[in-house]
Design a protein around this ligand. Structure first.
Ligand code: ADP
Ligand code: MG
Length: 715
């Protein structure tokens, strides 16, 4: 018997070429192969006699092979033709550059074709690139009755699995191999069986058989559900065990100081929103504990996360402890540095800025020599002895050279902008830079401006505690949003010219380039830029920003825009998050229907930072009412959580999460849209770990879960 862990190359059926081909699909082991799921099934049960088929329909016919031809062609394309007949008529199937039929089909054998019926030169009916399956004579003869396709072809019912293919591997090959392996592999359930039973899901063996070779639609639906559950369960197990491990660490308790907090809040020109109060309170309570906080603070752009973070910072500062604030880019670091200095001006704390190219200390200002730059070595020394209490910067902060005296709190802003690898690096290193004697971990607060509905957050970041700021400060102006059909563009262009006269600035986001399209994103944005520059706004100054620019170039583009060098910044979807350009009041998004609502919302968040009324124009490329209805959601609300929910409902989690977390497998995606399933998986995972925290009694499960941890990174 084979086991899931066996590599395929060890099988006698495999040769070097097939092994390599499968590897090009990421399939190395038996498990990889069996978990390579079909993305759809062809329904072979819709069949007709040859005489009855009509051009344009998608249908299955069966017949005896009467001829096979490979006619010579002038074009460098190989043609394969296979003729079949039943008792009513004959028909041919044609394949271009696809010789597989020649390998399996021969005169006198019986076959079924399934595919689209085409018409050649207006008269001759034929199948173009049909799927084909060998069948045996008996089946052919009693075609109308129930049928069993020869097991050699790898299929057992009317539903034939179609897999994601590439040049070297096709579904036909995969079906045969999977069918073979399934008969030879030993499959042991690794999820506790009572969970499976309670959820009314098939066990591993049945589910694998059903997802590849379902006898009915119900079979594969349940099988898919099982794998979605399996994935979510493993993810949650991993999350909870990470959480357990994290909580075993100790941290410096930072007591809540009511007087100081109140004093600070009273000095602000506004009152906290309820959402801010709640989040702050959750964080301040976490800080009091002797175990490190690991919390995610989620809130829309402009929801006021900074103040919430400042309250935590203030608490730590008052205890004479150090804090590090990490942000993804230098521009953002400087922005935060200036903002935080201003907010904490009245206290005598020593605050530093540290990025790849900048080292500054605020209090050196006060030494009247008006020079707040400092050498790196000196800076590091001041951090080491604890003279600098708060360091704000990019990941330049995290280096072996830099040691803190008593780092007790790390705040990571715009966390999703750090890559997955960077994030886990940050977290691991954050632990290392803890305090001098490495006994304590710093408390960790991550912040994101991407509003994700709570359930989805729990599913994705199950190891973190969650605080959500889902309310805007009173008096924050709503960004006026309008969906603009093609015929109304000129009005917007005129409006832009007027606004620019009043020194306002404008973002124009170019449409997503469709994957199938030949033109590249860069080419498209450059074309758009030229068009706008020459035809539409010849008198204005325009800047350009796209993903193929180097990080430094991107930052320069943004900084120049911020400085007012351009009236308009034309950009692809890479435009920086978090950057504050109060003067930018107009956001135009071209081809808006191609973006998800959540992403449109992110773009919109680039404007509306200042005091003035801001606008967002969603240009559509046509008047299609479907997409317009969807986009109208943006006109109605500015609340990212509402929009995220709507987006999730309309487009599913795949689109929604998109750039946020790439590399999530399909089944996981599917599981993310099933809230009940996420909740069930969480409850099961938690209860199992309570009962057996190291999974000693569940070795198979432990192995699976350890394996998964290498694939999916958590915050
Ligand atoms: P973000 O969540 O995007 O980081 P910020 O913390 O930068 O948002 O806050 C955006 C703006 O709102 C800042 O100018 C801040 O001073 C202001 N602000 C924050 N909280 C409140 C409040 N409760 N009432 C009024 N204004 C607030
Ligand atoms: Mg912010």
């Amino acid at each position: 018997m084979l086991s899931l862990k066996n590599t395929l190359s060890s099988l006698s059926e495999m040769n070097a070429k097939t092994t390599k081909n499968l590897q090009s699909l990421g399939i190395k082991t038996v498990e990889d192969l069996l978990y390579y799921f079909p993305f759809r099934y062809e329904d072979f049960s819709q069949q007709k006699k040859i005489i009855d088929i009509r051009p344009g329909e998608t249908i299955t016919v069966r017949g005896k092979i009467i001829n096979i031809k490979t006619p010579p062609t002038r074009i460098p394309k190989k043609i394969t033709e296979v003729y079949i007949e039943d008792e009513t008529a004959s028909v041919k199937a044609v394949w271009f550059n696809f010789s597989l039929p020649l390998k399996f089909l021969a005169k006198g054998k019986f076959v079924q074709f399934s595919g689209k019926v085409s018409l050649y030169r207006g008269k001759e009916i034929y199948f173009q690139h049909p799927n084909f399956e060998l069948i045996n004579k008996t089946i052919f003869e009693k075609s109308e009755e129930s049928y069993q396709i020869s097991s050699k072809t790898g299929s057992t019912s009317g539903l034939v699995p179609i897999y994601p293919e590439n040049r070297n591997v096709n579904s036909y090959f995969l079906r045969r191999l999977i069918r073979l392996i399934l008969t030879r592999v030993e499959l042991n359930e690794f999820i506790p069986t009572n969970f499976i039973k309670e959820q009314k899901l098939p066990n591993l063996k049945k589910a694998l058989n059903d997802i590849h070779f379902p006898k009915s639609q119900k079979d594969f639906i349940l099988a898919k559900k099982r794998f979605a559950f399996e994935k979510m369960f493993l993810i949650q197990l991993r999350a909870f065990s990470l959480k357990q491990t994290w909580e075993k660490n100790s941290a410096i308790s930072i007591p809540f100081n009511k007087k100081i907090t109140k004093h600070f809040l009273d000095s602000l020109p506004f009152k906290l929103t309820n959402a801010q109060k709640k989040a702050s309170w959750q964080i301040l309570q976490d800080l009091e504990k002797n175990q490190p906080m690991n919390r995610l603070l989620e809130g829309d752009v402009g929801s006021g996360k900074t103040i919430v973070a400042i309250l935590a910072i203030l608490s730590a500062l008052n205890q004479g402890l150090q804090i590090a604030v990490l942000v993804p880019t230098e521009v953002l670091a400087i922005q935060h540095y200036l903002e935080i200095i201003k907010l904490l001006e009245k206290y005598q704390f020593k605050i530093g800025l540290l990025t790849g190219s900048q080292n500054k200390l605020n209090y050196l200002h006060q030494q009247k020599d008006n020079k707040n730059k400092i050498s790196k070595t000196k800076f590091y020394e001041k951090i080491r002895i604890g003279e600098v209490s708060l360091v704000i910067g990019t990941h330049a902060i995290i280096q072996d050279k830099i040691n803190f005296k008593n780092l007790s709190l790390i705040i990571i802003d715009e966390q999703h902008r750090f890559g997955v690898k960077q994030r886990s690096f940050l977290q691991q290193n954050a632990m290392k830079i803890g305090d001098e004697n490495k006994k304590n971990l710093p408390h960790l607060l991550t912040m994101t401006a991407t509003p994700i509905p709570r359930t989805l957050s729990l599913a994705l970041f199950g190891n973190l505690d969650l605080s959500i700021v889902d309310e805007f400060p009173k008096g924050k102006k709503k960004i006026i949003t309008k969906v603009i059909p093609p015929q109304d563009r000129d009005q917007v262009y005129n409006f832009i010219e007027q606004q620019v006269k009043q020194k306002k600035q404008v973002f124009i986001i170019c449409p997503l380039v469709e994957e199938s399209s030949k033109i590249s994103e860069v080419k498209s944005v450059k074309e758009e830029f030229e068009k706008l520059n020459q035809n539409i706004f010849p008198k204005l100054s325009l800047g350009l920003l796209h993903g193929k620019m180097r990080p430094k170039e991107k930052e320069k583009s943004m900084t120049d825009f911020k400085k007012g060098k351009y009236n308009i910044l034309v950009s692809t979807s890479v435009v920086e998050v978090g950057i504050d350009i109060p003067n930018a009041t107009i956001m135009v998004i071209e081809g808006a229907e191609r973006f998800g609502l959540a992403q449109l919302h992110q773009f919109r968040g680039r404007v509306g930072r200042g005091q003035d009324q801001s606008y967002c124009f969603l240009f559509t490329s046509n008047n299609v009412s479907d997409s317009t209805t969807r986009l109208k959601v943006m006109e109605k609300t500015n609340n990212g959580f509402k929009i995220a929910k709507e987006d999730l409902k309309l487009r599913g989690p795949g689109q929604f999460i998109g750039t946020l977390q790439s590399g999530i497998p399909d089944v996981t995606m599917e599981s993310l849209s099933d809230i009940k399933l996420i909740q069930a998986a969480r409850i099961y995972a938690q209860s199992l770990l309570k009962y057996d925290s190291k999974l000693k009694k569940f070795p198979l499960l432990k192995e699976k879960s350890d394996f998964l941890s290498k694939q999916i990174h958590f915050e």
